[in-house]
Write a protein that binds this ligand. Sequence first.
Ligand code: ACO
Length: 380
Amino acid sequence: MVSSSYSPGLEGVIAAETAISILDTDVEQIVVRGYDLIELAKNLQYTDVAYLVIYGHLPSEKESEEFCRHLAQNSDIPEDLYKLFEMMPKTTVAMDALRTGISFMAGYEDPELLHDNSHEANLRKGLNLLAQIPALSVNAYRALNNMPFVRPNPELGYTENYLYMIRGELPDQLSLDAFDKIHTCYIEHEMPNSTFAARVIASTLADMYGAMAGAVASLKGPLHGGANEAAINFLMDINSSGGPENAESYTMEKLEQRARIMGFGHRVYMRKYDPRAKFLMDYIPRLSNETDDGEALASIYKVVEDVMFREKALYPNTDFPIGLLYHLLGIDVPLYTPIFFAARTAGNVAHILEQHDDNRLFRPRVIYNGERGLVTPQSP
Ligand code: ACO
């Protein structure tokens, strides 16, 4: 059946049926497996929410322990990946290294398992990816920046291990708590471009590694996950060119140039507050004295938020506070989007599982506006 309706960017188009999540803008709620995501973030750890997203129900105490143990025991990546990272040109972008690393890892998968799209096989691959992407993302970045590798410590929990590899030392409780909450807020978000990309790729019955590599490529874009890096760069640019007093005029100048202010606006929430941004901004004052520039950046954040609302009636999306929070947590900017992807792995695994469990190939049509009837030059 061909419908004649066309929506540029597929705006408002229903692309799938899912039991994983929905953005209910009427009540400003992100519903994940029946729960309010913000309530989940407030009350549970990332790993329990990851279990919920993937399995469809919250884990019992025993299931939670087994899940965390599985993630810890499978957190290291193949030795050859460390060598690959050392061979990569130092100009490689961390997100590209992550994408390459995921593709490379497919070669280490049992070939039968790799091409087995059954629920059980996909679950095994998905859990391995969830376990390994933290070590992959951090150590790729470390190699590109001539920093020593920090291998995962299987004695540590998922979040603690991730921050330990990022910082090279065990994190304090406040950092751990903030990082875990951000990770949970990023875990799943209905049908963003990267999830759609993963489902489109999976719909050809391509394997999970291919679908995930495609999702990394999508998430890198500044209109999507790359916005968290662009957002902190914007705040830091203002800080280095006059500080908080300059924030209003700097932002106005950008708007007059019709520039996009990254970290604002959203295809679904466009005129509403992203509930994740609302929840996470409370962490800004709690962390703002963790870095020398924290207070200044927090002031600039507030001015930019006010100007954007006054001038454009736009609210921050979650990337705006998270860009600042990752900076306050001492994380290097090129790691922001790879970390976002690691957090979203649970959601993407769940979507690939759902796609393969009840697959129909994505293959839309077009409105053709090119020429027709041209005469092919005859060969002499
Ligand atoms: N800065 C300035 N103006 C904006 C912004 C922004 N960040 N976002 C939207 N607008 C304006 C547009 O200029 C447009 O105005 P106009 O009608 O006067 O031309 C209007 O709002 C609608 O924008 P569209 O681009 O048509 O809306 P779309 O749904 O395609 O865009 C998007 C959504 C891409 C997220 C957009 O808001 C944007 O570019 N934001 C900045 C990037 C960003 O933060 N991305 C992260 C999204 S959340 C995530 O992926 C985790």
